[in-house]
Design a protein around this ligand. Structure first.
Ligand code: NAD
Length: 454
């Protein structure tokens, strides 16, 4: 088993660290945010991710947490970079955390040959940049040259928040980009238990029955980096495509859910990511599609398909408000409830959440906005102190005297509300299904006016 250091304990870094520790590696998780490290040391997970706390408990003997980079890096055989790469106003990712992490690695690198693995989503060519930063800092802080001391690899991350543990332990594929065999060999050794699926499945997350060996895509650095962007670009455009078709379906009187089912059963298309609704959110699709477009622009290339997917998505989330305007005519003074704040169910992540744009637009129209979320309300209070909406402690309270309720996040528990009973407390029984999620016929029978997006 190997000694690993991981820089960044966010959604990706912490999941990776915990899963690698569960596989038996010795893992040091490093993050400069003292509060996160204190919480982790006390056995608390600072994000909401199903199963993560449980697995962290099981793997605790193999895990260390620290703010001090000098504690984990020198002895590590493999160092992961999993820091944030958030978008800048021009669409290109902000690489300052990646830069600091790389320089710190160069400063503290010692011991034998070390592989530095970039898991953050970064523009094509970043592997070479990280390599030169590490090299410069290594040579500044050590006697002698850095040649042969380390190599940089790319290992893009495909986990989904909300099912991060399952995605990490039972992945569709592992992609590794490196420019030499020795580096690929180290990563093969690291991932062998995952590739061969030889580890015991956690009790709460059995191995899928049809799970075989995991395909390893071993390639060069630039290809690995592009695979990540291309994967997210494609998923984003699948969603925008079904939404674009949904808008037409609405005009011609077709049911987009039937259309999605009808095309999704075609194996060349596949059923997933064809749920029409108010569009994607989250920290990845918006940022990664923007980065694709801005990287292409650096090479004098346009990306019309990816750009169009972004435009469709931007419009889509505000269609909810247009629909409500069409129905209620006046939004000033109305009370509108948002069911869900997180960008998708089973996470508390609010980055680029459609709920925020929808709330802002409703407020611009003079509406009073209420919201509920099963797990994201604390994070909302922390991150959005200026957004003037009222949070209700229960989903039920959202309905009282409301003029409309919008299903923004498809949390399973919202299906189980007593919709029939709640209708009586509303001023206007209007519900907007923003996720093709609710049983519309049932709601209509119970006296709701059901609006859909698209
Ligand atoms: N969240 C996802 O679902 C997901 C999926 C695939 C890929 N990614 C990519 O993975 C990367 C990380 O995403 P995330 O969602 O985990 O971000 P995050 O913001 O949750 O976590 C990043 C962490 O890095 C820490 N950090 C910053 N500078 C550091 C440094 N110099 N040394 C050590 N730690 C440092 C931050 O304090 C933070 O805890 C991004 O590039 C993202 O695009 C994310």
């Amino acid at each position: 088993m190997m000694k690993i250091a991981i820089l960044g304990t966010g959604y990706v870094g912490l999941t990776t660290g915990v899963c690698l520790a569960y596989l038996g590696h010795e893992v040091t998780c490093i993050d400069p945010v003292q509060a996160k490290i204190d919480a982790l040391k006390a056995g608390k997970v600072p994000i909401y991710e199903p199963g993560l706390a449980e697995l962290m408990g099981e793997a605790s003997e193999q895990l260390r947490f620290t703010t001090d980079i000098a504690e984990g890096v020198p002895e590590a055989e493999v160092i992961f970079i999993a820091v944030g790469t958030p978008p800048q106003p021009d669409g290109s990712p902000d690489l300052r955390y990646l830069k600091t992490a790389s320089e710190d690695i160069g400063r503290y690198l010692s011991g034998g040959f070390t592989v530095v693995v970039n898991k953050s989503t970064v523009p094509i060519g970043s592997g070479n940049w990280v390599e030169s930063l590490i090299r410069n800092f290594y040579e500044k802080h050590h006697e002698g040259k850095a040649d042969g001391r380390f190599a940089v690899a790319s290992n893009p991350e495909f986990l989904r928040e909300g099912s991060a543990i399952g995605d990490t332990l039972y992945p569709d594929r592992i992609v590794v980009g490196a420019d030499n065999e020795q580096t690929r060999g180290v990563l093969y050794r690291l991932y062998r238990p995952l590739i061969d699926q030889t580890f015991p499945a956690p009790s709460f997350l059995p191995r899928p029955e049809d799970m075989g060996a995991v395909p390893l895509v071993a390639t060069d650095l630039a290809s690995a980096e592009l695979i990540k962007y291309a994967a997210n670009g494609f998923l984003a455009l699948k969603i925008s495509f079904i939404n674009e078709i949904g808008n037409l379906a609405e005009r011609v009187g077709a049911d987009i859910r039937e259309v999605a089912r009808g095309i999704g059963l075609d194996q060349r298309i596949g059923a997933r990511f064809l749920q029409a609704g108010l569009g994607w959110g989250g920290s990845c699709f918006g940022k990664d599609t923007a980065a694709l477009v801005s990287t292409a622009a650096e090479y004098g290339l346009a990306m019309p398909i990816v750009s169009a997917a972004r435009d469709v998505n931007k419009r889509q989330r505000l269609r909810v408000v247009e629909k409500l305007l069409g129905e209620l005519k006046i939004l000033k003074g109305r009370t509108i409830g948002l069911l869900g704040l997180a960008f998708k169910p089973n996470t508390d992540d609010l980055r680029e959440a459609p709920s925020l744009d929808i709330a802002r637009r409703l407020i611009q129209h003079g509406a009073q906005v209420r919201a509920h979320d099963p797990v994201a309300m604390d994070r909302f209070r922390e991150e959005q102190p200026d957004l003037e909406i009222t949070l209700t402690e229960s989903a039920e309270a959202l309905f009282e005297d409301a003029d409309a309720v919008i299903l923004v996040t498809d949390w399973h528990e919202y299906l189980e509300l007593d919709w029939a009973g709640l209708r009586a407390g509303m001023r206007n029984p209007v519900v907007v299904d923003g996720r093709s999620f609710l049983d519309r016929e049932d709601l209509a029978r119970e006296g709701y006016r059901v609006l859909t997006v698209p």
